[in-house]
Design a protein around this ligand. Structure first.
Ligand code: BTN
Length: 258
C-alpha cells in the first residue's frame, strides 16, 4: 500500500497532496476556510518548503514526512509558541519508538548524531486576546540516503542513522498518538509543566555551555533547561536569564550528544 492510501486510513481529517509549495501555506488556507482543530496537511513533496528565519527546507518526494497540523485551541496568543515544544517532544518520543535515540535542541530541532533530523515551523493568526489558529509544520527526514552537499554536514535522516527504510505512515500515526495526548493536556493545563521534565531529559545541551545569539551581541552561558512555559533558563556570571523562543538563537551545541 502506498503512503497516501495508508494515510487516508487514519481516522482523522487529513488533506494529502502529491506536491505542494509548502504544507504550512496550504494549512493556512484550509484553516481560514474552516478546517477543524487537529486537521493534518501532508505532501509527498514540497517545492518551496519553508524553514525558520526565512530559510528554505529541503523536502524531496518519496522520502520524508512534510506535514502541518492545524490547531484551533482555546488559549491566549502568548501561549501558542509552547505548542512547538509539545510537537518536539511528540517527534522525539516517536523516534525513540522507531529505534532512533534523538535529542532536542531548544526550542524545536530534533537532532541525531549531531545533525538535524526534524525541523518545526510554527505560525499563527491571532487577535490580542484570542487565537484564530496555530499551524505547526513538521519536517521529518525519514528515508533520504543523500542530502545536497551544503546540507550534508548539518542534516541526517532516520534511514541514514539506522541503515534501513521506514514506513512513513506508521511514523505519522505514532506521532499523532503522542501529539494528541500532549495537546489535550496542554490545552487543559495551559502550560508545559507536565512535559517539562521529559523535555529537559532529552535536551542535548542541558547543563552544557551554549552561546546565545542576539541581534547585537553573542554571550555564553550554561543552559539549565526549560521552565514550565518553555523559556530556556541560562546561567550567566550575572545571574540566571530566561530566553524566549523566537527572540534569540543558541549555537555551539550540535555534536553534544556524541
Ligand atoms: C526549520 O528547521 O527551520 C523548520 C523547518 C520546518 C519544515 C516543515 S516541512 C512541513 C512544513 N511546511 C513547510 O514549509 N515547513 C514545515
Amino acid at each position: 500500500m502506498n503512503f497516501r492510501e495508508e494515510l487516508l486510513k487514519i481516522d482523522r481529517s487529513i488533506y494529502y497532496y502529491d506536491v505542494l509549495g509548502s504544507t504550512n501555506d496550504q494549512a493556512r488556507i484550509l484553516a481560514e476556510e474552516g478546517a477543524c482543530d487537529g486537521s493534518l496537511v501532508l505532501a509527498d513533496a514540497q517545492d518551496s518548503g519553508k524553514g525558520r528565519m526565512g530559510r528554505s527546507f529541503f523536502s524531496p518526494a518519496g522520502s520524508g514526512i512534510w506535514m502541518t497540523l492545524i490547531l484551533k485551541p482555546d488559549i491566549l496568543p502568548e501561549k501558542a509558541s509552547m505548542l512547538t515544544l509539545v510537537a518536539a517532544v511528540a517527534v522525539q518520543k516517536t523516534m525513540v519508538d522507531f529505534g532512533i535515540s534523538s535529542g532536542i535542541k531548544w526550542p524545536n530541532d530534533i537532532v541525531v548524531a549531531g545533525k538535524k533530523v526534524t525541523g518545526i515551523l510554527t505560525e499563527m493568526r491571532a487577535e490580542p486576546d484570542h487565537v484564530d489558529y496555530v499551524i505547526v509544520g513538521i519536517g521529518i527526514n525519514v528515508n533520504m540516503t543523500k542530502f545536497p552537499e551544503k546540507l550534508e554536514s548539518l542534516a541526517t535522516s532516520m534511514a541514514q542513522v539506522r541503515g534501513q527504510m521506514f514506513d512513513r505512515a506508521q511514523i505519522v500515526k505514532r506521532f499523532l498518538e503522542y501529539f494528541d495526548e500532549y495537546y489535550q493536556t496542554f490545552v487543559r493545563e495551559g502550560n508545559l509543566g507536565f512535559l517539562q521534565e521529559t523535555y529537559n531529559q532529552h535536551l542535548i545541551h542541558r547543563n552544557k555551555q551554549i552561546y546565545v545569539h542576539e541581534i547585537r551581541r553573542v554571550w555564553p552561558g550554561i543552559s539549565l533547561g526549560i521552565n514550565s512555559t518553555g523559556e530556556l533558563l541560562v546561567r550567566t556570571n550575572e545571574g540566571d536569564v530566561e530566553l524566549r523562543s523566537g527572540e534569540v538563537s543558541i549555537r555551539g551545541v550540535y555534536g553534544y550528544m556524541e
